[in-house]
Design a protein around this ligand. Structure first.
Ligand code: NAD
Ligand code: DAU
Length: 347
């Protein structure tokens, strides 16, 4: 198979690219990425010279370029991860999210449709989405594949819109597709604007840990390699025109998570018990902050046999180890644009 992975230089995309290259040496993987602030070829240094790998620098919002690469490379499948992915940035600049997440997705759908429509056999457009499209939960209940969409942030609204376009292309033009909606990922290579890597970086540097509101918000955390495994299974065995929810069976209130992280960091850095926790600082809440996300992942578990392979404590330890072993990576991504972002967001 010739597979186009979009956003393969980002956090989740880089793990997906590595997994496919390693497990399917007979596939050719094309990684299309615009290398925005979140895209980093350092994430793929170890596999960049693999004979079955090609990196293409390009923007999914450039329609004629997208059509050209579809014509040239004869893709059998697309795994579409490229997106603006951070909620706080979407609050500051919603239009960037409309452009990439909505328009970019439609450009890819058009290119797939016009290249494949004479014979859709063996073709698949796999759209990677988020649990945030379902909105927020109160203290009980879980998101299932049939939960109504109710996005709260410009980010989740743009992802919901892109999901609708994918399904509409399936209904209207017969485009073969599959969608998965995943909960919060964590692990190596995550850009330190998201909760866990941001807090690891700040603990290393003895900087305040900015908890939004009272910290009583709940997320369902999944180790990124387990998401990459799920994506592999859905790509190969997921049913056409179906949705699969992916989650960690692992709910944590932010404050409890941060305290666990602080404890593990104190141990790992040889600091006194409570030293990192003393850096916690409660700050102004995120506007429109969703109270709780929690995924019912029983469909993918029952139909495709997928389950998370690491516990949260193990995954967090592996993540901390990775960031401590890759301080150069952390230094490179936290210079330049990051400083400007950080100053604006946490002033
Ligand atoms: P990320 O921000 O780390 O990476 C996004 C990648 O997309 C970057 O490499 C960036 O350069 C690239 N990109 C952005 N705009 C582009 C454009 N216009 N053209 C081409 N490339 C572009 O994101 P992530 O956390 O790895 O998320 C990947 C996907 O998974 C996204 O679609 C996101 O909505 C979804 N998702 C993420 C999570 C999570 O917890 N991180 C959970 C569920 C779903
Ligand atoms: O649920 C899946 C989604 O998870 C993905 O679709 C998004 O791409 C991804 O960014 C993530 O969204 P969240 O907004 O849940 O993740 P974030 O790491 O930004 O925040 C997690 C929680 O921590 C959330 O309740 C906000 C809180 N938080 C976050 C930051 C960055 C803080 O309290 N302080 C912070 O500085």
């Amino acid at each position: 198979m010739n597979i186009l992975v979009t956003g393969g230089a980002g956090f989740i995309g880089s793990h997906v690219v590595r997994r496919l290259l390693t497990n399917y040496p007979n596939y050719h993987i094309y990684n299309l990425d615009a290398l925005t602030y979140a895209g980093n070829l350092e994430n793929l240094k170890d596999i960049e010279s693999a004979p079955n790998y090609t990196f293409i620098k390009g923007d999914i919002t450039e329609s004629s370029f997208i059509h050209t690469i579809f014509k040239k490379h004869k893709f059998d499948a697309v795994i579409h991860l490229a997106a603006e992915s951070h909620v706080d940035r979407s609050i500051y600049d919603p239009m960037a999210f409309v452009k990439t997440n909505v328009l970019g997705t439609v450009h890819l759908l058009n290119a797939a449709k016009s290249t494949w429509e004479t014979d859709y056999t063996g073709k698949r457009f796999y759209h990677i989405s988020t649990d945030e499209v379902y909105g927020t939960l109160e203290d009980t209940g879980l998101f299932t594949e049939t939960t109504a969409y109710d996005p709260s942030s410009p980010y989740s609204a743009s992802k919901a819109s892109s999901d609708h376009f994918v399904r509409a292309y399936g209904e209207t033009y017969g485009l073969p597709y599959v969608i998965s909606n995943c909960s919060n990922n964590y692990g190596p290579n995550q850009f330190p604007e998201k909760l866990i890597p941001l807090f690891i970086n700040n603990i290393i540097k003895n900087k305040p840990l900015p908890v939004y509101g009272d910290g009583n918000y709940t997320r369902d955390w999944l180790y990124v390699l387990d998401h990459a495994l799920a994506i592999d299974l859905v790509l190969h065995n997921g049913k056409n025109a179906e949705t699969y929810n992916i989650g960690g069976f692992n709910e944590w209130k932010n404050l409890k998570l941060v305290k666990l992280l602080c404890k593990q960091m104190d141990k790992r850095l040889g600091r006194a018990v409570g030293e990192s926790e003393s850096l916690i600082k409660y700050i102004k809440d995120r506007p429109g902050h969703d109270l709780r996300y929690a995924i019912d992942a029983s469909k993918i578990k029952n139909e495709l046999g997928w389950e998370p392979s690491v516990t949260f404590e193990e995954g967090l330890e592996k993540t901390i180890d990775w960031y401590l072993a890759n301080e150069e990576w952390l230094k490179n991504v936290t210079s330049g644009e990051y400083r400007e972002y950080y100053g604006r967001q946490y002033k």
